[in-house]
Design a protein around this ligand. Structure first.
Ligand code: OXD
Ligand code: MN
Length: 623
């Protein structure tokens, strides 16, 4: 059968109409849309991604030939490759990420906003000819199992073979998705270019380089027309557009309009000693050990934890009135440093084969290494920039934001339910941040509204993935600060609304903090597998098995109910983990009031009411 797709594969674009504009609204027909993008970006060739193994090998060969990927020792790590990015292109770029809604107030004070028409003029100038001399790949992809109740489709156009290989791991790609789109299913158009054409307008050529990118970067989202345009970066969330751009920024807008939730949350299935199954989602800001929690190995006997997702959850009220979640992704794009036998053996083992590593160090025998991977540091490495490295080099061998891309089902903890097209019913939602003070190990919120208040006020110390002063406290509401595609205060309102829809079927909401420190600066809680102890308490609350003590920040465990058997922790340390100082909480409440001030009268009345209730609890605690 000769399909339009195979004809296009061989088409040279000499006959296509040139254009130097981006349409106000994308063409709804996927083939016409591809034509409009090609007319602007002027690739040599268009290739639709079918999802076949043969095609994967062909694109891999291209990436190996131009140096984008380096083959690792295939005996030690079969199917594994290493990419080294440009030193200027190592993380998501929040300062260059834009929400281009028609009204500035719809982007809200936490997003960078540019008028959509103005941004399209800027983008058109950059995308004009940006793929000259390159192949334009068209990747039809599904977020969530193809055809699933909560899943959605998209298409990413990219000129990066590295992006194609990563998207094939992170999403479900290929013909079946294309056919659904052609048959009229809703899809989101996304366009990516590294911004490094090989031929200029005058026809002068230049050779390709291992990591092409551009010093200027634009990661742009159009919430009303549901489009993503990304220019100049080849890295992670800037370039794998199914992830943060679609599954969070655009999907949060779709979710708002359609009555569901698109969240920066991991998903776990937990089975108790009595065989009862629970499902939990948890939101943590970047660099709070989310991947470790997603692959938790419980230290308490009888409990089993399985992974459903490590980063993003899409959740919808189901026919029975409960909230159902899917992991829209198919792989993990995890931070490599400090992944070890101690911190996350499950992730470490998943990386034994068929993994793309980016910006980790290379060992002399062609294997990978990163800080914190092994107790001993190798005597010699090639660092993430390709230079010789020894332990006294005075710089990290792997970039702190170096990554692995691996299929989710390579993790031995993956749940057999991870691709359930209906999703899994959620019992518990956790909100966590990285807090040295004030926030106890675990507390149950007093109500859904209180849970939304806690989610809205999550804060964490600054990380490498974000920009800014490392260590400074930043508010990261629902861990969505860089990922909410509309006004954050309207998003809180949407969560309150979902709570009304769910009523008494709503999951119970808890706040956790694995990072509390003593006055002398030592962590009070061991974390990792021991976090199962806090989660056990939450599940026993859900079962109505344990009472709690009412505290300033929520229902706290009675200390005798927290399972600390075989844990080396003193009573004094336990007291400190749960200590609530009314004076410190009063300062926290003032900071929250100041923070809410940023959103003006958009802050939902229920959240202002929650702040008043918090102040009343502080006053009562003072006596
Ligand atoms: C990520 C992040 O990369 O949250 O997942 O920063
Ligand atoms: Mn994330």
């Amino acid at each position: 059968m000769v399909t339009r797709q195979s004809m296009e594969t061989d088409m040279t674009l000499d006959t296509a109409t040139e254009s130097s504009a981006i349409p106000e609204v994308p063409e709804p027909d996927v083939h016409r849309w591809v034509d409009t993008v090609a007319a602007l970006t002027r690739p040599d060739k268009i290739q639709w991604i079918t999802g076949s193994e043969e095609e994967r090998k062909e694109i891999l060969a291209i990436a190996l030939a131009n140096g984008s990927l380096i083959e690792l020792n295939q005996e030690l790590r079969p199917g594994c490759y290493l990419a080294r990015s440009a030193p200027s292109d190592v993380a998501r770029v929040e300062a260059r990420t834009f929400i281009c809604s028609r009204e500035e107030s719809d982007a809200g004070p936490t997003n960078n906003w540019v008028d959509p028409a103005e941004m399209k003029v800027t983008l058109a100038a950059h995308f004009d000819g940006s793929m000259r001399g390159r192949t334009m790949y068209v990747i039809p992809f599904s977020m969530g199992p193809v055809g699933g109740d909560i899943s959605k489709l998209g298409v990413e156009i990219t000129d990066s073979p590295y992006v194609v290989l990563n998207m094939r791991i992170m999403t479900r790609v290929g013909d079946e998705v294309r056919e659904r789109i052609e048959a009229g299913e809703q899809w989101v158009p996304t366009v990516h270019t590294v911004g490094y054409p090989l031929v200029d307008a005058a026809g002068n050529t230049r050779p390709d380089i291992a990591w092409p990118c551009n010093d200027e970067k634009y990661i742009t989202h159009f919430p009303e027309t549901r489009e993503v345009w990304s220019y100049g970066s080849g890295y992670g969330g800037n370039a794998l557009l199914g992830k943060k751009c679609y599954a969070l920024r655009i999907a949060s807008v779709l979710a708002h309009d359609e009555g569901w939730l698109a969240e920066h949350m991991l998903i776990l299935k937990i089975t108790g000693p009595d065989g009862r199954e629970y499902h939990l989602t948890a939101a943590f800001p970047s660099a709070c050990g989310k991947t470790n929690l997603a692959m938790l190995r419980p230290t308490i006997p009888g409990w089993k934890v399985e992974t459903i997702g490590d980063d993003i959850a899409w959740m919808r009220p189901g026919a029975d009135g409960r909230l159902y979640a899917i992991n829209p992704e198919a792989g993990f794009f995890g931070v490599a440093p400090f992944t070890s036998e101690q911190t996350n053996p499950t992730a470490l083992h998943a990386l034994n084969h068929d993994t793309i590593f980016t910006n980790v160090a290379l060992t002399d025998d062609g294997d990978v290494w990163w800080e914190g991977m092994t107790p001993e540091t190798p005597a010699h490495l090639i660092d993430w920039q390709g230079n010789d490295w020894t332990p006294d080099s005075g710089r990290p061998a792997a970039h702190p934001n170096s990554r692995f891309t691996v299929r989710a089902d390579q993790a031995e903890s993956i749940s057999s339910d991870w691709e359930n097209p209906k999703g899994v019913p959620i019992d518990v939602i956790l909100f966590g941040g990285r807090r040295a003070t004030n926030v106890p190990l675990i507390a149950e919120t007093y109500s859904w509204e209180h849970g939304v208040f806690v989610g809205a006020t999550v804060s964490s110390e600054q990380t490498a993935a974000a920009e800014g002063t490392v260590g400074a406290l930043r508010r990261d509401p629902f861990a969505m600060l860089p990922f909410c595609g509309y006004n954050m205060a309207d998003y809180w309102g949407h969560w309150l609304q979902i709570g009304k829809t769910l009523g008494d079927k709503a999951p119970r909401i808890f706040q956790v903090n694995w990072f509390r420190k003593s006055a002398d600066g030592a962590y009070l809680w061991p974390g990792f597998g021991e976090n199962s102890r806090a989660i056990e308490w939450a599940l026993r609350r859900v079962n109505g098995e344990v009472d709690a003590v009412d505290g300033i920040s929520g229902h706290l465990p009675k200390l005798e109910d927290l399972n600390v058997t075989n844990l080396d922790i003193s009573d004094d340390e336990l007291q400190q983990l749960f200590a609530l100082d009314p004076d410190a909480w009063s300062v926290e409440a003032d900071l929250t009031e100041e923070y809410f001030g940023m959103f003006g009268d958009k802050v939902p009345a229920d959240l202002r009411d929650q702040l008043a209730q918090l102040r009343a609890r502080i006053a009562a605690a003072r006596g």
